[in-house]
Design a protein around this ligand. Sequence first.
Ligand code: HEM
Length: 250
Amino acid sequence: MFGFLFFACLSVLLAVLFIPRDWSTKFGNELPQAPPVRLISRHELSLYDGEEGSRGLYLAILGQVFDVNKGHKHYGPGGAYHFMTGKDASLAFITGDFTESGQTDDVSGLSPLQVVALYDWLAFYQKDYNPVGRVTGRFYTDSGQPTEALLQVEASLAEGQRLKAQSQAEREHFPACNSEWSAARGGRVWCSSKSGGVERDWTGVPRKLFTPGSSGSRCVCVQDPSTAENPNLQEYQDCSPHADSCPIGE
Ligand code: HEM
């Protein structure tokens, strides 16, 4: 028994003494350091607009700078998107206002869903172009920390993603109807197992869906013909509650 304990203690002691010095770096918390992010001032960024004598071809979106020289035909002088270079014109990606006043990084007026669309553009640049660093000012401080403006955009992004997921779930629960209109036969709405672009194992029946707070309705397919439990659903006039196709007036 004592012999066993002696050998056990000796093994632990030897293990502690001979563990390589960099053991903690390899397996512990000290992960290899990422290279520091390059911080670029607005002025320095403006020197990368691809014009004669410029230092290169960069653009920024949401404060992140990318080298877009690979897309010279779009971004170089004479290209349709040349105005985007040497600056952060985030707002123009959503408004399509490419005039001087539209070329701003002030995105505080965008709706949450527009912010989601702006982040889709950011994802496009992250996928297709090399990152260069961060432009200081609106979205990053002089020490590279996110500003209050960036935190607000990120909060709006989270809200936009929530809204998008909600409307996606709604579209799947209440897929849109097919519709057609002809002068001879008038209009009709109908359900199929692919209507509204939602593939499913049920067809459903057409109902008018009213959105609280907005006028008008749209045709959706509901799985359960009983509309009693949802006050926003209404049957079509002159159409059997179980029919999968209903005539509609003009
Ligand atoms: C909000 C409005 C718009 C924005 C922000 C925008 C932005 C851009 C950007 C940044 C590129 C370059 C993508 C790359 O790096 O490869 C691009 C390419 C292109 N855009 Fe737009 N665009 C807009 C509207 C339009 C419209 C209305 C049209 C057509 C009528 C159009 C047609 C094109 C075409 C044809 C390309 C080139 C595709 C290729 O050759 O790879 N864009 N757009």
